[in-house]
Write a protein that binds this ligand. Structure first.
Ligand code: PMP
Length: 298
């Protein structure tokens, strides 16, 4: 298993910077027992000018807040203060290229009633850029994404990730790199921890909101398509349709943009190097390390 911290590592816990090795949580927490908590997955990068930049920090902390509200978890932090705290945690751990994991969790409570209090922890660990261009062999999962009438599917809730773990473990046990999950109606939804796009005849397509976590990377892909003049459309489609396509990729904060080699052993029509998807990936890699724009261009 990966080691996320050592004796020197500092995390932020409810108003204090403490050693990860000494931090404690309550084993009677409702979050621990029922998966009732919300979290974020954020990245920071060393930018081209050597600064540390949290990519889409506002979007991630706004989503954390919206996830908490969706689950009735009390939330009393502002996006601005959590961003400042996160930069401080990065600094105290001497990290620039990092993965940032805030979790908002519940106090001791074995019942299902609403709490008066929530807690927050912000952990960071080193995560460098993924180098190389290994394409993924993806398999359609036997697991579907959770029913949006059973969960607040647009919230990044910890409990949802039991579904992700089952799907990903199944794909790996069958010898594939990753799973593709459908929604309750059998249309393509997303991966266990990433959204997906496919490419066909010079255009990108992705499932609409409703049965997915509408990712911040997904929104960034829309931005990039606008900048590069690549048409992109939200639409429902089946896995059989994906197999007919020129290319496909997953996108998410941790995975960034990662192309697929095949879906259910059917290879895509274009060489990845000849795809618009690869151009989008390159634009994303450049965007995350862009130096902060100091003034509007005139
Ligand atoms: N879908 C799921 C299920 C995820 O866990 C993630 C990762 N947070 C994403 C999509 C991509 O979201 P983002 O681009 O905001 O990281």
């Amino acid at each position: 298993m990966a080691s996320y911290y050592n004796n020197e590592t500092i995390l932020y816990l409810n108003g204090e910077y403490v050693r990860a090795a000494e931090a404690k949580m309550d084993y009677y927490s409702q979050s621990f027992h029922y998966g009732y908590a919300v979290f974020e997955g954020i990245r920071s990068y060393r930018t081209a000018d050597g600064e540390t930049k949290i990519f889409k920090a506002t979007e991630h902390y706004d989503r954390l807040k919206n996830s908490a509200i969706a689950l009735n978890l009390p939330y009393h932090w502002t996006t601005g203060e959590l961003i400042d705290i996160t930069y401080e945690v990065l600094k105290r751990n001497n990290l620039q290229n990092a993965y940032i994991r805030p979790v908002v969790y519940a106090p001791a409570n074995m019942s299902f009633v609403v709490n008066e209090q929530s807690f927050i922890v912000i952990e960071v660990w080193e995560m460098g850029l993924f180098l190389g261009e290994k394409l993924l062999r993806v398999i359609t999962s036997s697991f579907q994404r959770p029913n949006p009438k059973g969960f607040k599917i647009e919230a990044k809730a910890n409990g949802h990730y039991v579904n992700s773990i089952l799907a990903s473990q199944e794909a790996k046990a069958k010898g594939y790199d990753e799973a593709l999950l459908t929604d309750i109606n059998g249309y393509v939804a997303e991966g266990p921890g990433a959204n997906m796009f496919y490419e066909k005849d010079g255009k990108l397509y992705t499932p609409p909101a409703g049965n997915i976590l509408p990712g911040i990377t997904r929104a960034t892909v829309f931005e990039i398509c606008e900048e590069l003049n690549i048409p992109v459309e939200e639409k429902l489609f089946t896995t059989a349709e994906v197999q007919e396509m020129d290319a496909a990729f997953f996108c998410g904060t941790a995975a960034e943009i990662i192309g697929w080699e095949s879906l259910d052993d059917v290879r895509f029509k274009l060489d990845w190097n000849d795809t618009l998807s690869k151009k989008v990936k390159e634009a994303y890699s450049a965007k995350v390390i862009e130096a902060e724009v100091m003034s509007e261009a005139v």
